[in-house]
Design a protein around this ligand. Structure first.
Ligand SMILES: [Zn+2]
Length: 212
């Protein structure tokens, strides 16, 4: 059996066992999706959103890209945030980074990887913003871990700086933005305690006055 055929076989087995456990499962999902969470994570194959937090299909809306970056000109990511916040009305957005992130590591070096270098520039900007703090750490691994954490913090801020999230808060919508980091070596998520739930907690330069 080819590798691809195996995937279809696995899919059939999964669909059958899921239906056996809950005969209504797919009928309910077809009706609507009502996830409470938007997960913005890394594309890394070792960090699958649903599996890590034990959520079923229908329970988490997901956007993943290399190194979980939220860029204010990325129409793809902004569209996901807008749909999640304004239509699905998720209550929580979690930016989930991970230690050992290849994208962060690449951004910390000088090797070229082609087109992706342009994407990694956003992470180099994180490095530049925290250069003194990062370079004060002598140990390579600890410095790498710190950069993975700082990248999450910056992307949480970027989510909070979108007009989408700010308008939701202004309209009284219940919405929290969180920063988490995942350990590839132990499978555990650490809350970085950078959650933001209201406009007053957004630094004034990024706080927008009206709808846009
Ligand atoms: Zn990664």
């Amino acid at each position: 059996m080819t590798v691809i055929k195996q995937l279809f076989k696995k899919n059939e087995e999964w669909a059958a066992s899921t239906k056996e456990a809950d005969p209504e499962f797919f009928d309910n999902l077809t009706e609507q999706q009502t996830p409470e969470y938007l997960w913005i994570g890394c594309s890394d194959s070792r960090v699958p959103a649903n599996q890590i937090v034990g959520l079923l299909p229908g329970e988490v809306f997901v956007h993943r890209n290399i190194a979980n970056v939220v860029v204010h000109t990325d129409l793809n990511c902004l569209s996901v945030i807008q749909y999640a916040v304004e239509v699905l009305k998720v209550k929580h957005i979690m930016v989930v980074g991970h230690y050992g992130c290849g994208g962060v590591k690449a951004a910390m070096g000088n090797e070229t990887f082609g087109l992706i270098d342009n994407w990694l520039r956003h992470i180099k900007d994180v490095y530049r913003a925290h250069k003194a703090r990062i370079e004060a750490v002598a140990d390579d691994e600890q410095r790498f871990r710190l950069m993975c954490e700082l990248n999450v913090r910056e992307q949480v801020a970027n989510v909070c700086h979108t007009t989408i999230v700010q308008n939701a808060w202004r309209n009284g919508q219940e919405l929290s933005v969180h920063g988490w980091i995942y350990g590839l070596d132990d499978g555990l998520i650490k809350d970085m305690n950078v959650s933001v739930s209201r406009l007053d907690d957004v630094s004034s330069i990024y706080s927008m006055d009206g709808e846009s």
